[in-house]
Design a protein around this ligand. Structure first.
Ligand code: FES
Ligand code: FES
Length: 208
């Protein structure tokens, strides 16, 4: 007799996102980007292609940038994630966000969250990149609007803001566990920094 096993319909996941811990039960097929956007309500991370081309979905996972459309939420179990909403600190933009603001490194803003996260990672590794290194470092992020010139200027601006330790902004420390189920209920207390991140990304309720 052949024994069959049923895949579990829901799998428990616990992650820390922007310093807050979340516990949820999710479908095994749920992509990390959809978990962030739809389950946690962190819509600053965008979905531009679903085919690992555009980079709009870039987030940090355990200190490394990842395209969150290429990972399952269950693969991030136990992980420490930072999204664009976690970049500003104490009501102040990260230097990379400031650079995109000051140098007008965006038009429609759709690519901007991923561009900023990848630029942040680039500057963590190389605080003083050349123009060629910036362009090479952002090869995994596509922008249909800007022609990239002001994006490069934004990163150069941010590079000028970095301190002597070569750091841009550390990932936030993990916070207390917040129970959160996968029923589509957004987390409590949407933060001011998220609104600022949305503003920087040019996001409104019309173009999420
Ligand atoms: S949505 Fe992930 S790379 Fe485009
Ligand atoms: S895709 Fe529009 S600003 Fe980059």
């Amino acid at each position: 007799m052949v024994e069959t096993t049923m895949a579990p319909s829901r799998i428990a996941v616990q992650v820390t996102v922007n310093g807050k811990s979340y516990a949820a039960e999710v479908e095994p097929r749920l992509l990390l980007v959809h978990f962030l956007r739809e389950n946690l309500g962190l819509t600053g991370t965008h979905v531009g292609c679903d085919t690992s081309q555009c980079g709009a979905c870039v987030v940090y996972l355990n200190g490394q940038t990842v395209k969150s459309c290429t990972l399952l939420a269950v693969q991030a179990d136990g992980g420490d994630i930072m999204t664009i909403e976690g970049l500003a600190k104490d009501g102040k933009f990260d230097p990379v966000q400031e650079g995109f603001w000051e140098m007008h490194g965006l038009q429609c803003g759709y690519c901007t969250p991923g561009m900023i996260m990848s630029s942040h990672a680039l500057l963590q590794k190389n605080p003083n990149p050349t123009e060629a290194e910036i362009r090479h470092g952002l090869e995994g992020n596509l922008c249909r609007c800007t022609g990239y010139q002001n994006i490069v200027r934004a990163v150069q601006y941010a590079a000028g803001q970095i301190g002597p330790d070569g750091k841009v902004a550390p990932a936030p420390a993990p916070g207390p566990v917040q129970q959160f189920t996968a029923d589509g209920t957004p987390p409590e207390d949407p933060e001011t920094v998220q609104e600022w991140g949305d503003e920087l990304a040019g996001r409104s309720d019309d173009n999420v």
